[in-house]
Design a protein around this ligand. Structure first.
Ligand code: FAD
Length: 306
């Protein structure tokens, strides 16, 4: 199997998730080539052929131009599978490429299931479906955080310049506008203590907030806690919340779903408190305390206050 990995730049820099594309290719046992619209500075540290196109004329994202660039790379590589990150870039561009090629598209893949099939989340990621593409060529987007890179990135790609005969853009890329930050900016917090569904009820969130205060940190939350209205969305950590990189992250009653972990996996040190010793959060935690949060957290806070 041969895959074409579509790397992604944001404001001139290669997105780290581009390395997750490599982990996905490794999981498939596929040979790989890359395509990137961006500058030489953004080239990924990896072995393989990299089709590099200068997107400067069309701005950082120009759907029509980027589609033609990916298709030009696909024509040369004849890949079985073209892979994007499931980001705003990928979910806009992947269907355009799939439609142009008449290829099946599988969105938000979280695992490779074997025999050319993929697992995707459903029912708010509580269940997984196994999807079998019906076309010989497939376009895939992968969930950020689902395919962890093995080791540090290394290598130098063989760069092949892609120059389109006609790269005159028909739309103008104006720029990015950051969403208005409401409430706390968790991105700058050094310590975050987060409440998950395991805290049980809205009133119990105060116990988690007390620990955050005692540690001099901020309160974070998982999505169900926000959806239930226990905590404002400004505190949500994860793919649809904030991406954080504190020195210490304390996950209280949080299972460790991919979408949550994608938002906190850059924390230096993770402590998880969970009644389930097999909860997936244990895979990213440096310390897993198997305990009831409502017993353990107040005791810890009291000790911190001494
Ligand atoms: C498109 C999409 C985007 C999403 N974006 C996000 C996002 O940005 N952020 C996010 O968090 N989620 C997000 N989700 C939801 C995500 O898939 C999970 O459903 C969610 O993270 C689960 O939250 P949780 O761990 O608090 O709850 P659960 O998965 O229900 O886990 C609760 C945990 O608490 C433990 N527990 C129960 N009682 C106790 C107790 N007394 N003491 C200690 N532990 C206890 C349980 O063992 C369990 O591990 C998204 C989902 C989708 C589909």
């Amino acid at each position: 199997m041969n895959v074409l990995l579509v790397c992604e730049c944001r404001e001139g820099n290669l997105r780290d998730e581009s390395y997750e594309l490599i982990a996905f290719a490794e999981r498939l046992g596929a040979s790989r080539a890359f395509v990137l619209v961006g500058g030489e500075d953004a080239v990924p540290r990896a072995e393989g052929t990299l089709y590099l196109a200068d997107g400067a004329r069309g701005g950082e994202y120009n759907p029509e131009l980027h589609k033609r660039i990916v298709l030009a790379a696909a024509e040369r590589e004849d890949p079985d599978c073209i892979v994007f990150i499931h980001s705003s870039y990928g979910w806009d561009l992947a269907p355009r490429v799939a439609a142009a090629l008449g290829a099946a598209q599988v969105s938000e893949v979280v695992a490779v299931a074997g025999d050319g099939t993929f697992e995707v989340g459903c029912c708010n990621a509580k269940l997984r479906r196994t999807v079998a593409p019906m076309t010989s060529r497939t376009v895939v987007t992968i969930q950020a955080g689902a395919f962890a890179p093995s080791g540090l990135p290394h290598g130098v790609p063989t760069v092949v310049r892609l120059d389109l005969a006609d790269d005159s853009p028909r739309i103008e890329f104006v720029g990015y506008e950051a969403a208005e930050k409401k409430g706390v900016d968790l991105g700058k917090a050094e310590i975050i203590v987060s409440a998950g569904r395991g805290v049980g009820k809205k009133e119990n969130v105060a116990v988690i907030a007390d620990l955050a205060r005692a540690l001099g940190g901020e309160l974070g939350a998982s999505r169900p806690v926000v959806d239930a209205g226990w905590v404002d969305h400004g505190h949500q950590v994860g793919t649809t919340g904030q991406v954080v990189s504190p020195r210490l992250y304390v996950a209280c009653g949080i299972s460790g779903a991919i979408q949550h972990v994608a938002g906190m996996k850059k924390a230096d040190f993770v402590v998880a408190i969970n009644t389930d010793r097999d909860a997936p959060i244990g895979e990213v935690a440096d310390i897993l305390v198997v305990a009831d949060v409502m017993q353990f957290v107040p005791a810890l806070t009291a000790r911190m206050m001494q």
